[in-house]
Design a protein around this ligand. Structure first.
Ligand code: CTP
Ligand code: MG
Length: 239
């Protein structure tokens, strides 16, 4: 079955700080996004890889694609929120906007953050298989911290029982028609404030979403120290 991947890389990395968005930061001399693309390109059954970047970074992304020989990548213009970026990425298949590329509409689409470079075939095939069976699937991890809610006065309102909840990570996979339809039905509020793709698929397409246990290496580069962690993993892999 045809499988494609959409990698949102259109953010500005505010929590990490610095002038360069984290996906373009050099780690052992190579931009972070290039490791993520390479991880996808190592998997023969992923046909097309859509990398969604903000308009001002299209040229940077083009030069990365050129420099590292990322042959399966198509670059797409992102939006002001992650959901809008992902939706733009999906539109490429649905609307076949790019006449210069023969992009085949996939049966299953993987969505994976460009800033999670250590994704492996095992979890990707698990979420793809589960998406075929259930419509949608995503990697999860145990919570690191307990989730609590504060009341209006800034004091503790209630806390959740940590063992009963999971952190939603990436990759996720969807039947293409389901996730595309879900995004089409999204309100502006969903697109601007939503954080969870699986939730959109559930809300608008009444699919099931299978949760698949992932590994710790799926963590997202968010803060400066995460870049150092990524660097040390890459060094270990090289030696
Ligand atoms: N993303 C995107 N388009 C946006 C915002 C985010 O494609 N408008 C992407 C990011 O580039 C990243 C992924 O979504 O690969 C996960 O988002 P996050 O970790 O929040 O990245 P940023 O939004 O860049 O970082 P921050 O929230 O700290 O500003
Ligand atoms: Mg963000």
């Amino acid at each position: 079955t045809p499988v494609a991947a959409v990698l949102p890389a259109g953010g500005s990395g505010e929590r990490l700080g610095g002038a360069t968005p984290k996906q373009f930061c050099a780690v052992q001399g190579r931009p972070l996004v290039s490791y993520t693309v390479r991880a996808m390109e190592r998997i023969s059954w992923i046909a097309d890889i859509i990398v969604v970047v903000s308009p001002e970074n299209i040229e940077i992304m083009k030069s990365i694609v050129e420099r590292y020989g990322h042959k399966r990548v198509t670059i797409v213009k992102g939006g002001i929120t992650r959901h809008r970026s992902i939706f733009n990425g999906l539109k490429v298949f649905a609307e076949n906007k790019f006449s210069n590329h023969l992009l085949q509409k996939p049966e299953v689409v993987i969505i994976h953050d460009a800033v999670r470079p250590f994704v492996e075939e095992d979890i990707l095939s698990k979420v793809v298989m589960a998406a075929k069976e259930h419509g949608a699937a995503g990697a999860i991890r145990p919570l690191v911290s307990t989730v609590i809610a504060s009341a209006a006065d800034g004091c503790l309102d209630h806390s959740l029982e940590r063992a009963r909840y999971r952190a939603s990570e990436m990759p996720q996979a969807f039947l293409f028609d389901i996730i595309y339809e879900a995004y089409r039905q999204c309100t502006d509020y969903d697109l601007d404030y939503g954080t969870e793709c699986l939730h959109l698929a559930l809300k608008y397409c009444k699919t099931n979403a299978k949760l698949v246990e992932g590994t710790a290496d799926l963590w997202k580069v968010t803060y400066k120290r995460d870049l150092y962690a990524a660097e040390s993993i890459i060094k270990d892999n090289l030696s």
